[in-house]
Ligand binder design. Sequence first.
Ligand code: NAD
Length: 429
Amino acid sequence: MSYFPTYNIFDMALKQFDRCATLLELDQPTRDFLKTPLREYHFSLPVFMDNGDPIILRSFMVQYNDARGPTKGGVRFHPSETIDTIRALAMWMTWKCAINNLPLGGSSSGVVCDPHLFTPAEQERICRGFVRKTAHLSGPEWDVLGPDMMTVPQHMLWMLDEYETIHNKKSPGFITGKPLNHAGSKGRKEAPGYGAMVIAREMLKDLGIEITKTRASFQGFGMVAQHAAQLYDQMGGLITSIACWNHNDRTAYTFFKQEGINFDQLISITNQFGEIDKERAISLGYECLPGDDWLSQDVDILVPAALENQIRRDNFERINRKVKIIVEAANGPTDPEIDSLLNERGIIVIPDILANSGGVICSYFEQVQGNMNYFWSKEEVLSKIDSHITSAYMDVSNFAQTYNVSLRDSSYMLAIDRVARACQERGWI
Ligand code: NAD
């Protein structure tokens, strides 16, 4: 899913919904209800710059569906933000929470702005202004905010501070993604990549394949990929290649080692943006191949963990015949149009909506810990994510077998079914 969509991303989300609603034989009123956000708030956010001039930022908050609990969603700062992107993200978050059986609905918010253009003081005023305009619509029991594109823990803390000032009480459960010393959760950085590999482990078990006999190729070596690679390595899998971007050369490279990478060594030559130092990698014996060679490696598992739209009709034939599983750790890495081709080849895709949902599970745990004012160790958080996402995978897998559909369809169908039932049980439709 591109940052600058040339297509309407909400139309794409609706298409996906329609396909699965048809498979579920959902009745028309329920379909109509679930295709529309419950609430939308469009507003202007005036913010004073350091020089005293005001600017007006267009902003949105969409609470898609809260039949299963308070909505949960990220706040994005992006110059190309549109209401349709926010609607799509809020819809997808509704499904993501439902797949994982979290007692939460889905939402998303956005301010049309580029935070790089503002000083820290101006960014703080945007965060505080955003909360002043929305405090009556959010809160631990109504809509739980969190970080998303171009928003970081400091932004979350300013937002929390403003909310607590308005309500004159401490409410750490109002927002997630906070700094660790301000009621953040341990394990948040590890969660999405870790969860993806827990599901891969469970799937390999189902297929009767020993993880220690598998090899994997990764695209990306940033936050998600690093933690996924680390867990896979710890579980005994062999990673033979990792692709990442090279800022100086303005291209991507695949770093390959037949006998497998040394995780700690590779981390020590990787910068904060997930870029492996090319010269040092070569001196350590890695072959430096073209960026998209990660796709054609002789491995069992492909882990796209970098960008959207990386496995498409035009490069599908490059996928090695040995590949059995694609773990979509990134958001939208596979063009859904080629799902049928992958299926024909017998490649199983663990869809993004399930694979990287460790992140939202951990956000939920952060909210729970904040509400209790009692915080768990990293081991406890990760072990709870393990059991939570394992049971989500088992639900999706059973549903896929019952309906004889792919894991992608099954994930959406299961989620839509759960949300539809919650709406019906409440007597809304
Ligand atoms: P990141 O910025 O930390 O890392 C991105 C990695 O991708 C880097 O290693 C970079 O070098 C590499 N990369 C960029 N362009 C590339 C290219 N053309 N070819 C090969 N490699 C390339 O990002 P992240 O937080 O790890 O997120 C990765 C993906 O996971 C994104 O799709 C994101 O939406 C998704 N995701 C992130 C989270 C989260 O909490 N961070 C949660 C769920 C899903």
